[in-house]
Design a protein around this ligand. Structure first.
Ligand SMILES: Nc1ncnc2c1ncn2[C@@H]1O[C@H](COP(=O)(O)OP(=O)(O)OP(=O)(O)O)[C@@H](O)[C@H]1O
Length: 283
């Protein structure tokens, strides 16, 4: 039972944010009136430089932060009013989360199966399925400490998949990985999505990945969405506006909507340091 106005028989949007606003203490608004809707089954990219507000917005969606202003719904469930209902519907792979290096891959995923209350009788099967889905069956009984950066990321993906989420939220899933490992992570995400119809919300700095894998993207800068559409329409629209025969990329679109301050204002040192830490962890 959802608490929105979805007509009977229709699937509600996987996610809607209306006027979502969040500030840390008395500081500037990290998220400033965010409006977006992600359709069920979509792969939606939230793009932006360090400090744009992507992680803060995601933490509000996942109930890790409160929603002080605005409204957030996951499949029609209000995150402020029905936190447990929302948590049952989604899985979240944060940037900082780490698999336990002293456990095997299978033990790491089993741990999540227990945390997510996967019924005991189904547990071994669901763990094996999740490991299979990310291509870690052969390595499942090795210590996670022996895994490469890409394998660790895929293990974290398996941990998130074991609860069969309807909405999978990934914060920078490929940061710090080499191009081959990045492709492998994305191919597994897309295969699971094709098989299950799950919705994926992903943040990334990598515009090329967003262009290739996301159905739609929102370009976020200083807490606000500056543009939202399919990557194709965003680049087409800029090409038409420029009218000079050039073929703009998504990065060009970003520079166009965010203005010239993007390089100087794209994040504080703390943000850069955090990104580097994450990159070092999986690198
Ligand atoms: N715990 C915190 N306390 C105070 N300010 C914070 C905190 N976390 C984030 N911020 C600030 O909120 C703003 C948005 O940060 P956020 O981490 O949401 O951005 P982001 O787009 O996810 O960046 P990144 O790509 O580095 O993860 C930034 O100015 C950041 O410095």
């Amino acid at each position: 039972m959802t608490d929105d106005n979805t007509p009977p028989g229709q699937t509600p949007a996987a996610l809607t944010c209306t006027g979502l606003t969040y500030a840390f203490g008395d500081g500037a608004k990290a998220v400033d009136g965010l409006d977006l809707s992600v359709a069920s089954g979509e792969v939606f990219g939230l793009l932006g430089p360090n400090g744009a507000g992507k992680t803060t917005a995601i933490r509000c969606v996942t109930t890790l932060l409160p929603v002080p202003a605005g409204m957030v719904r996951v499949f029609g469930h209000d995150v402020a009013a029905d936190r447990m209902g929302v948590r049952r519907l989604l899985s979240y792979v944060p940037q900082q989360l780490s698999a336990d290096s002293s456990l095997t891959g299978r033990e790491n995923v089993s741990l999540f199966a227990r945390v997510f209350d996967v019924p005991r009788k189904e547990r071994a099967g669901r763990v094996a399925e999740a490991l299979e889905a990310v291509g870690l069956t052969e390595a499942a009984d090795r210590m996670a400490g022996t895994y490469s950066g890409g394998m660790v990321r895929r293990l974290e993906l398996a941990q998130a998949l074991v609860s069969s989420p309807r909405l999978l939220i990934l914060d920078e899933p490929t940061i710090g990985l080499d191009p081959i490992a990045r492709t492998s992570v994305w191919e597994h995400i897309m295969a699971v999505r094709a098989a299950s119809g799950m919705t994926v919300l992903v943040t990334t700095h990598y515009m090329d990945e967003a262009e290739q894998y996301c159905d739609r993207v929102a370009l976020m800068h200083k807490g606000r969405i500056r543009a939202l559409d399919t990557p194709h329409r965003l680049t087409d629209d800029l090409r038409e506006r420029r009218g000079d025969g050039s073929s703009p990329t998504l990065e060009d679109v970003f520079r166009d909507v965010a203005g010239s301050g993007l390089d100087e204002e794209g994040g504080e040192f703390r943000d850069v340091r955090r990104t580097r830490r994450t990159a070092a962890r999986v690198g």
